[in-house]
Ligand binder design. Sequence first.
Ligand SMILES: [Zn+2]
Length: 230
Amino acid sequence: MAKIKFCGAAQTVTGSSHLVTLDDGTNILLDCGLYQGNEEKYENFNREWGFNPEEIDYMILSHAHIDHSGRIPKLSKDGYKGDIICTSATRDLASIMLMDSAYIQEKDVVYLNRRKERLGLKPVKALYTIEDARNCMDQFVGIGYNRWYSVNDTISVRFRDSGHILGSASVTLRIKKEDGYYNYLGFTGDIGRPDRPILRNPVPMDDLDYLICESTYGGVRLQRKLNFLG
Ligand SMILES: [Zn+2]
């Protein structure tokens, strides 16, 4: 039905990004997170794509946290021209958080280049600027929870409240097959816990054929559960 490439947040806990390539070649990027950390082996993670941004057809964003959204200004700067589909609240929140992230990128690169200069290395440019962050906001399309939104003739998307932060959503893609039936592919994004103040409880996802599941600490929790079950 599709190929899925995990472009981040596999083996590490930040920088979530998954590329789904459908049989007809349509490329859908789920989240576009920034790696936040100082581990040397990930130094170039944020600067390199495992794909060509110009070849992405659609981008869907589960929520505004920077480890899921923080490279969108760079994606846009590097050639992605399509829609960035998310909930309306995520769009509002991302407009603030990406500007803030851009400010940090601009400050960080000054510090980084001072260090590089001392070591006789070539300076680098900021990952993206405040202007890049402002520009990418034109591509955001904010929609409500619980309704199918037609991305094109064969693909629709529906968001369910995932109870994680304001605007956060699980993503269900409904993809029309040649025989007229549908495949359902889900992406959990980050899932909140129930019964917390202010945030609503996570809404269960729809019936699915395929599921991409965020599982930070999942191994540990699953192991505890298995131990508990004996
Ligand atoms: Zn999150």
